[in-house]
Design a protein around this ligand. Structure first.
Ligand code: ASP
Ligand code: MG
Length: 418
């Protein structure tokens, strides 16, 4: 008998029909002999609708405490209805809010971090042969205030509950089959990865592969929670996210991600003085501009050039800030370029394999595209390049790193993977 946490997102429970289908899925899992805790998000667009309602009442920023009070109602609707749907199918079920589930958070409304979970009520219900339905995205402070975990926070609830009750597996049900080697809408031969390491998933999640919230992946890594991402609409095997993977043996690159609408700003002819770089980036950080890759050229005749990439939408704001410190810095010229993309290859196997970056540059240059900027981490290489032919680049990289070919599918169910 396994103890499992099953998490369903808002689209999986978007209406009554879907809710019933999810209930059926849960009951099947229970009748296979598992003990089941379910974490669920607000139905469909409920959270967005609630935010819109607050905007009709308040101009500007609504009070954070009341906002959390409002938004947590979305999940509360889901848990009650889902619990009823399960009971309709003849199983025992009980719904618990975040605070009833013993989910304690820090006192930061709107983006509270989970600080502790005391799941005794959940455990008692499980012992009573009940399916337990827990509201995602919410918790309570030590002082008894209701909090939310930030948008997309139900994934984190699921992982945190799984860690607290020592679940054998945390299943994240979503509208895709799993994690793919790249966007299947771009590359036809993109394939579902049988498994992926936490670190790789973290890089991909931060790069915008939207299947899992990055904070949930961090939490899973830290607490060694076995995760699987799978579809709520079919029974296909999903993608397992775990500590070490067989992917590391032989496969160097696991996935390719890309970000559109990237821009580059260059500040040219900056007189070399201590603290110049700090002055520029402090000014940008003060207005919360999210700068990504930063490059500083060597100093020639006492002058250096800085370049950095950022989302294209932020260019104007950034240029204004930089103009504002022109005199202080004393640079010659500032230029900007839009229409770029960031392509990234991610793979735990690259740590021990030479030539991975060289191949990436080679593939891109063979397409007649020059690489503007590069950044790397242990398991990721990102290139900022001209964005006019993104699909060709991604396809070429996918082929070059051997991702088009089928890998041997993993045989066996979740129990074999622990
Ligand atoms: N309902 C919340 C949101 O839409 C939490 C979640 O979906 O995970 O952000
Ligand atoms: Mg939602």
């Amino acid at each position: 008998m396994s103890l499992i946490v099953m998490k369903f997102g808002g689209s999986s429970v978007g209406d009554a029909e879907r809710m019933k289908r999810v209930a059926k899925r849960i009951v099947e899992r229970k009748r296979e002999g598992n003990r089941c805790v379910v974490v669920v998000s607000a139905m469909g667009d409920t959270t967005d609708d609630l935010i819109d309602m607050s905007k009709q009442i308040v101009e500007g920023t609504p009070p954070a405490r009341e906002m959390d009070m409002l938004l947590t109602t979305g999940e509360q609707i889901s848990i009650a209805l889902l619990s009823m749907a399960i009971q309709q199918l003849g199983e025992k079920a009980v719904s618990y809010t975040g605070w009833q589930s013993g989910i304690y958070t820090e006192a930061e409304h709107g983006k509270a971090r989970i600080s502790d979970i005391q799941p005794h009520r959940v455990m008692e219900a499980l012992d009573n042969d009940s399916i337990v339905v827990v509201a995602g995205f919410q918790g309570m402070t030590e002082e008894g205030q209701i909090t939310t975990l930030g948008r997309g926070g139900s994934d984190t609830t699921a992982v945190a509950v799984a860690a607290a009750i020592k679940a054998d597996l945390c299943e994240i049900y979503t509208d895709v089959d799993g994690v793919y080697s790249t966007d299947p809408r771009i590359v036809k031969q993109a394939r579902k990865l049988p498994e992926i390491s936490y670190d790789e998933m973290l890089e991909l999640a931060n790069l915008g592969a939207a299947v899992l919230h990055p904070r949930a992946v961090e939490y899973a890594k830290h607490n060694k929670v076995n995760l699987v991402v799978r579809s709520s609409f079919n029974y296909n095997e999903g993608t397992y996210v775990k500590e070490e993977t067989v992917m590391e043996q032989g496969i160097v690159v696991s996935g390719i991600a890309y970000d559109k609408n990237i821009a580059r700003i260059s500040i040219l002819g900056v007189p070399e003085r201590t603290g110049q770089l700090a002055a520029v980036f402090t000014a940008l950080a003060e207005v919360k501009l999210d700068v990504d890759v930063i490059v500083q050229s060597g100093v020639v005749n006492g002058m250096a050039d800085f370049s950095f990439s950022l989302p294209a939408d932020d260019v104007e704001k950034a240029l204004n800030i930089i103009e504002g410190i022109r005199e202080r810095i004393g640079f010659r010229e500032v230029t900007s370029e839009v229409g770029l993309i960031k392509v990234s290859i991610v793979g735990a196997g690259m740590v021990s394999t030479p030539g991975v970056a060289a191949k990436m540059f080679d593939v891109i240059s063979k397409l007649g595209i020059s690489v503007n900027m590069v950044s790397t981490s242990e398991i990721k290489i990102s290139c900022i390049i001209d964005g006019s032919r993104p699909h060709e680049v991604i396809q070429a990289l996918h082929t070059a790193y051997g991702l088009d070919t089928e890998v041997q599918a993993f045989v066996g169910g979740p129990k074999d993977r622990r």
